[in-house]
Design a protein around this ligand. Sequence first.
Ligand code: NAD
Length: 256
Amino acid sequence: MLHGKTALVTGSTSGIGLGIAKALAARGANIVLNGFGDVEGARTQIEALGVPVLYHGADMSKPAEIEDMMRAAAARFGRVDILVNNAGIQHVAPIEEFPPERWDAILAINLSSAFHTIRLALPAMRAAGWGRIINVASVHGLVASVHKSAYVAAKHGLVGLTKVVALETATTGITCNAICPGWVLTPLVQKQVDAKAAALGISNEEATRLLLGEKEPSMRFTTPEELGELAVFFCSPAGDNVRGVSWNMDGGWAAQ
Ligand code: NAD
């Protein structure tokens, strides 16, 4: 379905980004991989699906590095057809204790990076008459939780940006939508489980049950594989007129 198309997924060396990259690669898309950590592990998993992979280590908090990544993607594959803005970080603290530098980093990585990739990817998508922009927001783009001021602000911002881009491309073959996951057991959430277990002096299993019980009525994590299939739907012909939605996959979290 996606043979000949190129997907750039930011933060795709781990978790949700890797799950989405693998789902798009399984449909034949070339992949531009980005992020830190186990780059070779991620590359091997995607190459096993039989598609070419370009890795670029741009730091999503640095606009000049984002520009270099977009140039490198175009140089290798011609253009980016599918842009998945996924890179993100978290910091949990009451607002009076929230370190200003963490606020700045979260806003830069979770929100401003998407502004930069989108503005740089759009001209070639417009010229081609087709494109898909998928912003990995969060259920925290729709509702708030305590102690997550920067994350909730950035994700609400990303949902707003999604709507603007959807409107600005509404008469074209380019769509822009957001995905809003609830809890997904990735390193980002494992840290929150570990912190809860340590703070309350309980086991990881109990901390996991508490975490899910607070928010996610299904009492189970959403998986990167499920989110990958949602991204595939947005890229399919059935998604041609799905524009500006924020699609939660959250076990009922936002329905409460
Ligand atoms: P993760 O920690 O497993 O992966 C984050 C990815 O982003 C990694 O590849 C990491 O290397 C990359 N990254 C981090 N900082 C970067 C930077 N400065 N430049 C480039 N890459 C960077 O986390 P995840 O849970 O898979 O999160 C992915 C996205 O999904 C994030 O935007 C997160 O907010 C969102 N999300 C996660 C959950 C969840 O429960 N895990 C829920 C809702 C939304």
